[in-house]
Design a protein around this ligand. Structure first.
Ligand code: TIU
Length: 221
């Protein structure tokens, strides 16, 4: 069963049975007041605005039994999966592995590493722990998608120009139709969000498509 999604630069058809909803890094440390992101001086309300649209799309995906994939950016407590080039950046007190307001920053198992309760994974949903910005690098995501014959990715999450963009670029090169859902993504920098989406759909959709939660809900209704 194929449905038509209103999108830019052109509408596209997708089959929900071969489409995955991929929700990138909606973690407490990036989104919640008092988390790591806010301690760096960021306005987390920009990111929190993406939660309700994500919830709507997630509910629709669950209703249809679509594959749902959640990702979390983070590292092992011994940091053995974090390259020195990533560890050495930032102020020493705000580096990966340093103590943060919600536990050690970007370390698996710490409170801040958890997905926000509003988007908590349900039993049976895929949770990908990724050491990089892209969700394919050094993870099992490619295998998970291949096992389900997935062809299209509806991508939500934070931040638009960092982990969402990297994942869409990785997915595009691997042959997936990648669709960024504009209101389900967010950045600490509104201009980066806007331009990040522009970059995806430029040149006839150089990295993929841009759509919205409303368009997905209409297509899946
Ligand atoms: N998930 C993700 O985008 N990680 C980041 O570090 N993003 C920033 O914008 N810093």
């Amino acid at each position: 069963m194929s449905v038509t999604l209103s999108a830019e630069p052109a509408d596209l058809d997708f089959d929900p049975t071969t489409t995955a909803l991929v929700i990138i890094d909606m973690q407490r440390d990036f989104l919640e007041p008092g988390g790591f992101g806010e301690t760096l001086g960021n306005d987390v309300s920009l990111l929190l605005a993406a939660v309700p649209p994500c919830q709507s799309v997630l509910a629709a995906a669950r209703r249809l039994g679509m594959l749902v994939v959640h990702t979390r950016e983070g590292h092992k407590p011994d940091l053995s999966d974090a390259p020195p080039a990533k560890l050495e950046r930032g102020e020493p007190t705000a580096r990966i592995g340093a103590p943060g307001p919600m536990g050690r920053i970007l370390i698996r198992g710490e409170a801040g590493h958890d997905i926000v309760p509003a988007l908590a994974p349900m039993p049976g949903e895929v949770v990908i722990d990724k050491p990089g910005k892209g969700a394919f690098y050094a993870t099992e995501l490619g295998t998970v998608l291949a096992d389900r014959d997935i062809a299209t990715l509806l991508v939500c999450g934070v931040t638009t120009e960092v982990c969402v963009h990297t994942t869409i670029r990785e997915g595009n090169d691997r042959g997936y139709r990648c669709v960024a859902l504009s209101d389900c993504c967010a950045s600490y920098f509104p201009e980066f969000h806007r331009v990040g989406l522009e970059m995806i759909k430029a040149q006839g959709g150089i990295f993929g498509w841009v759509s919205s939660s409303a368009a997905v809900l209409a297509a899946l209704a």
